[in-house]
Ligand binder design. Structure first.
Ligand code: CAA
Ligand code: NAD
Length: 293
């Protein structure tokens, strides 16, 4: 089993909102990273956000989180490619961060398993899907776990480490150790339940807010203010939903609803229609609120 201190090379498969933030997080902690996505345009946008985004490396330097003269070296530690084999061939640790779609994730896990070195650990950043199902798509289910980062990944302090049915104790320990090296606080989720700990609770707040808006209880601004000023949330539930991405939020609540049958997670019509309309949140400039590009 690979040791935490032997892990040097990281591959991040899926270089969208989370994948690019996760790649940045590893590079800021000194790791070499290769990011993979399906086209050059997405990879370029991911690198732009790593460099100059609201939580990018330049902002980290400006805020004194990293030495100013390290910003360039951090960016240079991240390479990108559209070639999956190239991305994972030398990796010790692979983070999957593609769309929240189990069939896609199983396909990606099978491809990564074929191309990655036998010692490599493969983790998923899924918000809600079963780790055990992704592990079953590989020939190394003992070396597969969940490693759930929060958005924005370079800033948020929590990482959930999820044990699939066949994940070995050694793998859980290595993933926990890597999270600590990234400066995060890991929590261990011992059973592979949908939504794990944080999303089982956090998603309900966003869904309840959308249902209130739909039912005319209050405006989105007042609902956001209620939670920011009354509960000291750093963002209101609509601001948070826009940050997460309404497409991802819909996929996550559908996944939790489908697995549990719990009607509290059934997506409100308004959320479905917003996604159909393409108002996906901050990443496209419009969700519940509008954002300057
Ligand atoms: N590396 C390290 N730190 C960085 C950084 C970087 N690259 N870039 C910025 N920071 C630091 C800043 O220095 C600042 O730290 P200090 O407070 O010590 O100065 C901190 O990050 C916050 O940065 P800002 O001051 O620029 O931003 P802010 O105060 O407006 O906070 C926010 C922004 C962190 C997003 C805050 O609004 C917040 O916490 N919102 C809630 C986010 C949340 O709940 N996320 C979870 C979403 S759900 C999810 O992710 C799970 C899922 O599966 C869907
Ligand atoms: P996103 O839509 O921003 O990015 C997903 C990326 O996956 C896209 O760039 C897409 O092109 C890429 N992709 C699709 N198929 C691929 C393949 N075969 N190989 C490589 N890349 C491929 O979504 P996101 O918000 O970054 O979410 C990614 C994952 O992280 C999901 O599982 C989501 O549930 C989870 N997550 C999201 C958040 C959040 O707040 N958005 C927080 C924590 C976890």
């Amino acid at each position: 089993m690979v040791k935490v201190e032997d892990i040097k090379n990281i591959a991040v498969v899926g270089f969208g909102l989370m994948g690019s933030g996760i790649a940045q997080t590893f590079a800021q902690a000194g790791y070499n990273v290769v990011g993979r996505d399906v086209n050059e345009d997405i990879l370029r946008r991911g690198m732009e956000s790593i460099k100059s985004g609201p939580f990018g490396v330049l902002k980290a330097a400006e805020k004194g989180k990293i030495p100013k003269d390290e910003a360039e070296a951090i960016i240079n530690r991240i390479k990108t490619t559209t070639d999956l084999k190239e991305a994972v061939k030398d990796a010790d640790f692979i983070v999957e961060a593609v769309f929240e779609d189990l069939e896609l994730k199983k396909k990606v896990f099978a491809e990564v398993d074929e191309a990655a070195p036998p010692h490599a650990i493969i983790v998923s950043n899924t918000s809600s899907l079963p780790i055990t199902a992704m592990a079953a798509a590989t020939k190394r289910p003992d070396k597969v776990a969940g490693m759930h980062f929060f958005n924005p990944a370079p800033v948020m302090r929590l990482v959930e480490v999820i044990r699939g049915l066949q994940t070995s104790d050694e793998t859980v320990e290595v993933v926990r150790g890597v999270a600590i090296k990234l400066g995060k606080t890991p929590v261990i989720v011992n059973r592979d339940i949908t939504g794990f700990i944080a999303n089982r609770i956090g998603i309900l707040g966003m869904l309840e807010a959308i249902k209130m808006l739909e039912n005319g209880v209050a405006t989105k601004e007042d609902i956001d203010n209620a939670m920011k000023l009354g509960y000291n949330w750093p963002m209101g539930p609509f601001e948070l939903a826009d940050l997460v991405g309404l497409d991802t939020l819909l996929l996550v609540c559908n996944a939790i609803y489908n697995e549990t049958g719990d009607p509290r997670y059934f997506p409100p019509d308004l959320l479905k229609r917003m996604v159909t309309a393409g108002n996906l949140g901050r990443k496209v400039g419009k969700g519940f609120y509008e954002y300057k590009k």
